[in-house]
Design a protein around this ligand. Structure first.
Ligand SMILES: NC(=O)CCC(=O)C(=O)O
Length: 269
């Protein structure tokens, strides 16, 4: 499976509609990819909390629609990163009644949204996500096919990376590959690199991490997107700037490795 990780950089000045157009064009240029991945909240911005309520949109809103168009153009699965999802009229608004979630969307090769995942662990302690949005409650997995092989992908977002039980839950649900979009700051980028490898090693799973670059809302983003194999090897790693990272992932190798070194069989549940 050829994976293209789009580590986008942005600041405070770029209008959101402009960034959506830029990202659509970038995705549309990734022909040859099986899976393209964008970062967390790249349109409304990861740390520009005050913009979120105004930038909220439904799952069939302008951001996902633009990226779905590009997915259809290149015939690849596209993980559209995440948006601030606004509840549909008359739908459940969550336990705090806010009707907003940090939701990632995975789009099929024909441009149809396949699954969406509402971030379970909200980052910001008393401010930011816990103050503004609802927490997701569901684990999400989806089968992806490439090169005659199928892998079950498990979805997680940014701060989720710090919670190994979520990844173990995804593994229990059959995941062999995790996709993790993020807006992870430079101040803790070593955690991001280390935790990605840890989640790969402990679950014998491929980890595709797509971070943000640039500085916005006074926060410098960490970059260093990476693709880690099921054995824990870093297959490709970005630097600090906007980058398209390309990695070839051996899907058949995930099962082979789990058979050769059957650590997961020793789980005590
Ligand atoms: N957007 C996020 O979830 C940021 C997470 C973070 O900064 C951290 O875990 O550290």
């Amino acid at each position: 499976m050829r994976v293209h990780v789009l580590q986008l950089a942005y600041g405070d000045d770029e209008p959101v509609a402009e960034r959506v157009r830029r990202a659509e064009a970038l995705v549309a240029a990734q022909s040859g990819a099986d899976l393209v991945v964008l970062p967390e909240l790249w349109a409304p911005t990861g740390f520009g909390y005050r913009r979120w309520p105004g930038a909220a949109e439904p799952l069939d809103g302008p951001t996902v629609t633009a990226i779905a168009r590009a997915a259809r153009h290149i015939g690849a699965y596209v993980h559209a990163g995440s948006i601030i999802e606004a509840a549909a009229p008359h739908a459940d608004r969550g336990p705090d009644g806010r009707g907003l979630w940090n939701t990632s969307v995975l789009i099929a090769r024909d441009g149809t949204p396949l699954v969406s995942y509402r971030k379970v662990h909200r980052f910001g302690f008393a401010a930011g996500e816990p103050d503004l949005i609802e927490a997701g409650t569901e684990l999400v997995t989806v089968p992806l096919r490439a090169g005659g092989h199928t892998v079950t992908a498990g979805l997680a977002t940014c701060y989720d990376l710090r919670f190994p039980e979520l990844f173990r839950g995804l593994t229990q649900a059959g995941a062999g590959l995790f996709v993790v979009p993020a807006a992870w700051p430079a101040a803790r980028v070593e955690h991001w690199r280390l935790l990605g490898r840890a989640r790969a090693v402990e679950n014998q799973a491929v980890v595709v991490q797509c971070n943000t670059a640039g500085t916005h809302a006074g926060t410098r983003m960490g970059g260093h997107s990476q693709v880690v194999s099921a054995t824990g090897e870093v297959l490709a790693e970005a630097g600090d700037d906007e980058t398209v990272l390309v990695a070839d992932v051996d899907l058949a190798g995930i099962g082979t490795y789990r058979e050769q070194f059957p650590v997961l069989a020793d789980r005590r549940l």
